[in-house]
Ligand binder design. Sequence first.
Ligand SMILES: [Zn+2]
Length: 320
Amino acid sequence: MLRRPVPRHQRPGVAAERGVRPWAGSWLLWALLLIALVGSRALGAARDTARPAPAEPSHLRVHFIDVGQGDATLLETPNGKRLLIDAGPPEEADRLLAYLRAQGVSRLDAVLISHPHADHIGGLLAVLTAIPAAVVYDPGIPHATTTYRRLLEWIDRHDLPYRLARRGTALALDPAVSMTFLHPAGEPEGDVNDASAVLSVRFQQVSLLFTGDIGADVEAQLLARGEPLASDVLKVAHHGSRTSSSAAFLAAVSPRYAVIFAGARNPYGHPHPEVLARLQRAGARVFVTARDGTLLLESDGRRLSLTPARTAPATASARR
Ligand SMILES: [Zn+2]
């Protein structure tokens, strides 16, 4: 079941999933559950202290997993920690699980929900049921859909530590890799896509930017706030929709590689040709999962390679 992007004029709280009612239409329930999750789990955040630096840092590996029209990224740090960012649409959950198992993933050290649309969280309950996770980061966007409610209830029922993704918060996973949220800056309100968690990942001289499904308005906010946007690799926002990836934003990020999650023959026409042109003008080499399948990034902290996972990795590219 593909969910259509929520129109910008649509107010939060309106159930966007076709055929799915907001849970009893009650925002109070959602708010209480979120408060309960944050209140009972947020205390754990203070215990995120830096671990000793590794003697011999190895490689960073990032799998941009082809899940059709949706996002799913597995990030493996040099010290063997694993972060899953989004989990694709529900109909691709089996394929995602099979990929994770093929990679030997028996535990996730952290899971990040970029935002609660079904093409990002649809497969997450299946993943969490099959593979234990240590903590979930979530921007905590009011979004009354059955999919999200069930997910939050499952997290609560299983006492899974739950932390809010907020600007300035670090996702402490591995001292070798710095991960910081650049957005949302405060309590999310308004458009769900625009409240997506934006995560900056830095490993020595290599940097990645994950943008969820933010639109051009948020890109402008990030620019205005002077956030450190320059990154070697950009997870392109919103599947390459023309409503994101403004020329000014791409100029600031200046990515060498751009990854677009999009399904073959998706009904939205993603990625839009204008975005592909803007990315090319920005100097990025563009990969699209619909065409290239799952992509694998490998880096030693100085050089990086990004190649379709079904082919042998090419020679590591020189860094800029
Ligand atoms: Zn999406």
